[in-house]
Design a protein. Structure first.
Length: 115
């Protein structure tokens, strides 16, 4: 990143090492609770912590590959795009993440509204 305005566009949320592999942590934000997932390959994904089916807490689901299975009704949600895998339908809001100096960062603009 080359400018301080770009740096100001990001907010550090949690250290990568504080996220359990194949697990999640939940953070309360103005747009609602966001679940930050760390998959086996150490990729980081962030989604609104609410299944598109009945609002189940995705953060409490089982992570496999780049998906999470909702603990309420076993819907499989793809973490990359937030969409349910067929035959289920629906998507949950995803959030852009970046790793800076070992910290998971979110775009500030995405934390201000359900855009």
């Amino acid at each position: 990143m080359s400018s301080s305005s770009t740096l100001n566009d990001w907010m550090a949320i949690v250290a990568v090492e504080d996220l359990p592999k194949l697990g999640a942590r939940v953070f309360q934000t103005p747009v609602g609770p966001i679940a930050i997932f760390r998959v086996e390959s150490d990729q980081i994904f962030a989604v609104l912590d609410s299944c598109p089916h009945k609002g189940g807490p995705l953060s409490q689901g089982i992570v496999h590959g780049k998906s999470v299975t909702c603990p309420l009704h076993a819907w499989n949600i793809q973490l990359e795009d937030g969409c349910a895998q067929a035959p289920d339908e629906g998507c949950v809001k995803t959030f852009t993440t970046d790793i800076q100096e070992g910290m998971v960062c979110f775009k500030r603009s995405e934390l201000q509204s359900h855009a």
